[in-house]
Design a protein around this ligand. Structure first.
Ligand code: AHR
Length: 485
């Protein structure tokens, strides 16, 4: 119910609103700073402990993520946005029955998903196991399909990943060569997703200086294909030091099982960036943006040169580009303070958020693009500062990211008291940025914050442009009813 307005008060209100609007247009409506369209995020996108050796892919509206757990389980998380991954729940998808599960690889072959991972069992060598989904849902359920026989004498084999080439499927992996004891890259033919047609043949050994730092290693292979060319990118040097890095083999034609079919790039393609505080970047995967136009890399890295192969390694993502000669340019790993625009096609269609009581719209006040930016109400004008991407994060909760700032509507400082402010902050998928949207059936909805349990509120029944929005005990009144359209 609206409080009573006398004509004089209403006229005053209109006049003051007009003056305020003129002032704001003159003084505080600068040409908008450039900002990334859609949600933004900062790395890491998945925090410790289950955050090394990531496989990340986009399928059917969600990003799906698996990584080393060191336990006997393979756990998976999914989110509709990269920034939503950090807060997404881990779901156990495979009980492996082994120990210290390493480097799960998720791949669709035919119309089923396959998880390849290594575990140790009953004191035997660490070997590659495979599980098969019942259908097209990456979350499963999964059936154990046994152990791939990749090396003689049930030998050690890790970091399996699928290569699809010339109409056939191959399994790339890392193993120790009997001839020289070097942990090298191997490839074996697959006669079906769970059967190797022969033992692996070696296609790369750590021989170059940059592959020998802290230990001679080639592991973590991942296929990258673009414009008809095929590359195998892999990790080199030992993960127990800061010089773990990525190298690349280029397919030159011929039998993929023959070492001669692959040419090693003389220098690393992705490595430590001390100035950015990124060390030992490696054991990666690649994924395509939701609209299919961009290629991204997901990799793990440490934040200190003294960290190693343990649970300090966190997952980071960034976009890659392509050189004129058709080879990938992975660039350099960015710092964890770098704000990145989300992969293209992630956000969907933005909406305005209009208060039923004030008839004003939620607004990135003054076109600010830095974390901590204010959110206020302003005369609805459909400008980018009033466009909000509503993306589901989990069980009925949504992230609201501003089209101009790329920042997310956020319960400032995790507050829980009635009257607490909201702000815009770098999207991180955590509870303070999760809003439960409840449709009231009258064209309006309430927005309740997951952390505070409070509702977005037209504070103090304001009706003038520039008025505050805050959080208040949910009461369903007009000041907490918002039209999302
Ligand atoms: O993170 C566990 C193992 O350590 C991975 O399988 C391997 O790539 C890394 O060296």
């Amino acid at each position: 119910m609206n409080p009573p307005h006398t004509f004089a008060r209403r006229a005053t209100a209109v006049l003051s609103a007009l003056l305020v609007s003129l002032f704001m247009i003159v003084v505080v409506n600068p040409s908008p700073a450039s900002a990334a369209p859609g949600p933004t995020f900062t790395n890491p996108v998945v925090d410790t402990p289950n955050s090394a050796d990531p496989t990340l892919l986009y399928y059917n509206g969600y990003y799906y993520y698996v990584a080393t757990t060191w336990s006997s389980d393979v756990v998976m998380r999914r989110a509709t946005t990269i920034s939503g991954l950090r807060g997404a729940a881990e779901q156990v998808v495979v009980h492996t029955g082994g120990t210290a599960m390493w480097a799960p690889h998720l791949e669709m072959l035919g119309n089923k998903w396959y998880l390849y991972y290594s575990v140790e069992q009953a004191g035997g060598a660490r070997r590659t196991h495979v599980s098969e989904s019942s259908g097209t849902d990456p979350l499963g359920p999964y059936t154990d399909r046994g152990i791939l026989n990749l090396m003689p004498d049930n030998g050690w084999a890790i970091d399996a990943a699928v290569l699809k080439l010339n109409g056939a499927n191959y399994m790339m992996f890392s193993a120790f060569a009997a001839s020289d004891g070097l942990q090298s890259l191997y490839i074996a033919p697959l006669t079906n997703p769970w059967t190797a047609g022969a033992y692996g043949t070696r296609i790369s050994a750590p021989k170059l200086a940059w592959e020998l730092q802290d230990g001679a290693v080639n592991e973590g292979p991942f296929a990258l294909q673009h414009n008809g060319r095929t590359f195998i990118t892999y990790s080199a040097s030992h993960c127990n030091g800061p010089n773990y890095k990525l190298g690349m083999l280029t397919y030159g034609g011929g039998d993929p099982l023959a070492a001669a079919s692959w040419t090693k790039t003389a220098n690393p393609i992705f490595q430590r960036n001390d100035a950015a505080g990124v060390f030992a970047p490696g054991h990666h995967s690649f994924f395509t943006s939701p609209d299919g136009t961009e290629t991204w890399i997901a990799y793990h890295a440490n934040s200190s040169a003294s960290q190693g192969c343990g649970t300090t390694r966190t997952t980071r993502v960034q976009k890659i580009s392509w050189n004129a000669d058709g080879t990938p340019d992975l660039g350099t790993p960015v710092s964890t303070s770098t704000v990145l625009a989300a992969p293209s096609g992630e956000a969907g269609t933005p909406v305005g958020v209009r208060s039923q009581y004030s008839n004003l719209c939620l607004d990135d006040y003054n076109w600010v693009t830095t974390p901590g930016a204010e959110v206020r109400q302003w005369t609805c004008n459909d400008a980018a500062v009033q466009d909000w991407y509503l993306t589901p994060v989990a069980d009925g909760y949504y992230q609201l990211s501003n089209s101009h700032s790329g920042l997310c509507l956020d319960d400032k400082d995790w507050a829980t008291a009635a009257g607490s402010p909201v702000q815009q902050w770098t999207c991180n998928g955590l509870a303070p940025q999760q809003w439960q949207v409840t449709a009231l059936g009258n064209g309006y909805s309430t927005l309740k914050n997951r952390t505070s349990g409070l509702c977005l509120d037209d504070y103090n029944w304001a009706t003038t442009p520039g008025s505050e929005v805050r959080q208040w005990t949910c009461n369903g009144l007009a000041t907490q009813q918002w039209q999302l359209s």
